[in-house]
Design a protein around this ligand. Structure first.
Ligand SMILES: O=P(O)(O)OC[C@H]1O[C@H](OP(=O)(O)OP(=O)(O)O)[C@H](O)[C@@H]1O
Ligand SMILES: O=C(O)c1cc(=O)[nH]c(=O)[nH]1
Length: 170
């Protein structure tokens, strides 16, 4: 699915907002991509994630576990896992730091796909990847619905897939 098609899905969902927004990183932006509004339609979520999951398989083969950062990453992580016939778990902040809770754990060396809804500075992704590694997981790749990290008129790219050790400054 190309960038314009992904952004059209956001427009159709009323999720491409224009105005003045304070992003979670503290950056200001005239554009906000409200991923939760896109993912509220399970059919639309499945369409977007099927395309992204296919790219993961094409580049990296099967990956048995998806890890995403709560809160924004949870729905997209779950749908990506469903498309990939993988398991889905998430990290969440405990005293400001990502951690696995709820009995979620990695097997040593387990192949993991990290999935985000949106990447802006990449800080959440980097912290999520560090937490997976500290727990013994092997992050094979990372993916997001929206990659704002590279500029591109405020919208950035869309449905980005990148190796865990390169791209997007991760
Ligand atoms: O690339 P970054 O600059 O880290 O920004 C992207 C992150 O910001 C949002 O989460 P947020 O921190 O707002 O928390 P939330 O998931 O609980 O909404 C979003 O879901 C990403 O995780
Ligand atoms: O950087 C963010 O926090 C952010 C940007 C954006 O466009 N959408 C979103 O959900 N979060």
């Amino acid at each position: 699915m190309d960038r314009d098609t992904v952004l059209q899905e956001f427009r159709n969902a009323g999720a491409l907002l224009e105005g003045h927004f304070l992003l979670s990183s503290g950056l200001h932006s005239p554009v906000y991509l409200q991923c939760a509004r896109v993912l509220m339609d399970p059919v639309r979520a499945a369409r977007l994630c099927a395309a992204l999951a296919q790219r993961v398989r094409d580049h990296y083969g099967e990956i048995p576990l998806v890890v995403s950062p709560a809160m924004g990453g949870v729905i997209v992580g779950y749908e990506m896992a469903r498309q990939m016939r993988a398991d889905s778990v998430f990290v969440e902040r405990v005293a400001g730091k990502f951690a696995f809770r709820r009995g979620f754990a990695m097997k040593p060396g387990q192949r993991v796909l990290m999935v985000e809804d949106v990447v802006t500075t990449g800080l959440s992704s980097r912290e999520c990847i560090a937490t997976i590694r500290a727990s013994g997981g092997h992050v094979v790749a990372a993916a997001c619905l929206i990659d704002r990290s590279g500029g591109g008129g405020g919208c950035g790219g869309a449905s980005h897939l990148f190796g865990a050790d390169h791209g997007t400054g991760l």
